[in-house]
Design a binder for this molecule. Sequence first.
Ligand code: HPA
Ligand code: ZN
Length: 326
Amino acid sequence: ARRSRLIQALPKAELHLHIEGSLEPELMVALAARNGIDIPFASVEEVRRAYAFSNLQDFLDIYYQGMGVLRVERDFFDLTMAYLERANADTVRHVEIFFDPQGHTGRGIAFGTAIGGILRGLEEGKARFGISYRLIMCFLRHLDEESALATLAEAEPWLDRIDGVGLDSSERGHPPGKFARVFARARELGLKLVAHAGEEGPPGYVWEALDILKVDRIDHGNRALEDRRLVERIVAEKRTLTVCPLSNLKLCVIDAMGQSPVRHMLDLGIRVTINSDDPAYFGGYVNANFIAVAEALDLSEDQIATLAVNSFAGSFLPEAEKAEHI
Ligand code: HPA
Ligand code: ZN
């Protein structure tokens, strides 16, 4: 109970959140009705029952299906506002959220419809809750690099409102090196760079993300712990890892919360952070992730506070703004 009170009270940043993964079944059903879309579920309960995954791909299949109810700008706005209300309730003061433009353009929804609604939500959240934000556009790694390059070109009119690019979707068989050119181009454009690596993929994918893509942060990074030299590098370079405990459990990256690498990462001196990834699918927002991992690993109050400090330290806020939160 003391832990829960501390976690609730601590100001936090969330650095690994797919906005499409915050689509709660209630909103999915409501948007399906509003847009006249048939979904293969009769009720909210039935949607929730479908959320049993044995790996990343199992989840992704349902995640791409779920985002099909997002059609018009207002849908993306409502989605973003619903997330920010939950984040605000969890004392999150800063968010750096992902969106998957190819998940929308690939089904005929304009880039501007998605990003326009998300940005309007982020601005409203800033005005209403005081939550600052960054927006990170992710490329789907199961698609080819040409598609990612075309997406970056499509984003050009919006580049003053996009802070970074990321890499997500099916990791196995899609190493970071496949996206060398598009990340080089994003870097030339002055964008921040992140990539999912070492969630299911091997430590070699984390090396590639650092060496070839030159990312600032690693999303997940669990499997980095298998390689001592890689750990040394991550510590020496103060690389942030955005770990997602409930996601790891639901996607069978770990078999029990007691296997979460968070405590080990803290002990190694890695700048590890706690995030919710796709909270509507994995069963909890950021505080639920903190509580689950703190209980299972018996984290001290100092360790919990360090995780919250790390979330600001690892953010893309300017140093002066980080200091205001720490
Ligand atoms: N991993 C990879 N791709 C994703 C994820 C994830 O956890 N969530 C949404 N897209
Ligand atoms: Zn993710």
